[in-house]
Design a protein around this ligand. Structure first.
Ligand code: AVJ
Length: 330
């Protein structure tokens, strides 16, 4: 085990301890993505109920030219930097269009998963042999800091796929303010937001008929069993998701079917569950336009252009810095 893994492990252990000792209990969805979790998320993206991926793909396929013009902003030379790039399938649609139009671009996908990045760079190297691509594995902010005065070229940062949905309001503002700090005034930020819509459509996206989302959530208990020596019995938990139209949040929980004790050796603790006690697992925030505008403004950005799919289910929002960054600590 290398240093990175052991720090990560203790952070995981600390977070699990805190989350299960807390009341109400919670675990963080950022730990969903081990190898099995990443595979299950790929399956989720193929589900008929999970409309998000198709919406963003439609936007990229139909509006690639408008997106290119907005990114280029008069100069077709820029560095594309993608946070949480995953398998890069959707981004490939944009990159392909940009290259066909003789864009002078480089592509830097950043992801926590080395495996995902390997697959991505193989795919991009085959499809786009002339593209300059530099994958970076690890935490967004450490890497971004190093990009700050990188090539001296204009940067277009991308945070796609409604990944922002997993952040609370405050986490989202903090995140975008951090990004603002490493951006120059001419750089751009492109963010994918899932929009508020018929609540049945949203509720079904997080409670699919095939039960893949349930397995995706339960997989975190399997990960705790494997990595922290837990003895969760998956049969004794069931997935529950709901959508609150009042604040636009979809939430998912694992419910304890019965009163039970769960032992986790690495934490040297036993956790008690009441019958039908919940573990809060994930928030997937849905936005409307005024929420997006407010979030941009509070983070030091102005909206340059919004791109919607044909059903108005989803919005890719292009932001430009509106003011000098507020430096943390004064
Ligand atoms: C990867 C955060 C965009 O919240 O829609 C999918 C994760 N969770 N099904 C989302 C997820 C349950 C997904 N994001």
């Amino acid at each position: 085990m290398n240093a990175t893994q052991s720090t990560e492990m203790s952070q995981f252990a600390t977070d699990v301890l805190h989350g299960l000792w807390d009341s109400p209990k919670h675990l963080s969805s950022k730990y969903f993505y081990d190898d099995e979790g990443s595979r299950l998320f790929q399956e989720i993206m193929q589900l008929p109920e999970y409309y998000l991926t198709g919406c963003e793909l439609e936007i990229f396929e139909r509006q690639a030219d408008d997106i290119f013009k907005a990114f280029a902003n008069g100069s077709n030379a820029f560095d594309l930097i993608e946070l949480g790039a995953g398998d890069g399938t959707k981004t490939a649609v944009l990159v392909s269009h940009f290259l066909e139009h003789n864009a002078d671009i480089s592509y830097s996908p950043i992801d926590i998963s080395a495996e995902a990045l390997d697959a991505l760079s193989q795919k991009f190297n085959t499809e786009f042999p002339a593209l300059r691509i530099e994958t970076r594995q690890g935490d967004y902010f450490n890497i971004l800091q190093s990009l700050k005065n990188g090539s001296g070229r204009r940067k277009v940062l991308m945070f796609l796929g409604s990944n922002i949905g997993n952040f609370t309001k405050q986490q989202a503002v903090d995140f975008f303010q951090h990004l603002r700090e490493v951006m120059n005034v001419c750089d751009l930020l492109f963010v994918g937001f899932d929009l508020q819509k018929d609540p049945h459509v949203i509720a079904n996206a997080y409670d699919d008929a095939a039960g893949i989302t349930a397995r995706f959530n339960l997989n975190l208990l399997t990960r705790i069993n494997r990595e922290l020596g837990g003895n969760f019995d998956l049969e004794k938990f069931t997935h529950y998701a709901n959508y609150r139209p009042i604040d636009g949040s979809a939430r998912s929980y694992l419910m304890s079917r019965e009163k039970q004790d769960v032992r986790i050796d690495a934490l040297d603790r036993t956790f008690l569950f009441d019958q039908w006690e919940a573990i809060f697992m994930e928030i997937s925030q849905k936005y409307n336009l005024s929420m997006i505008e407010r979030l941009a403004a509070e983070s030091g950005f102005a909206i340059k252009q919004n791109f919607y799919d044909s059903r108005n289910y989803y919005c890719d929002s292009l932001w430009q810095p509106s003011e000098p960054p507020t430096v943390a600590g004064g």
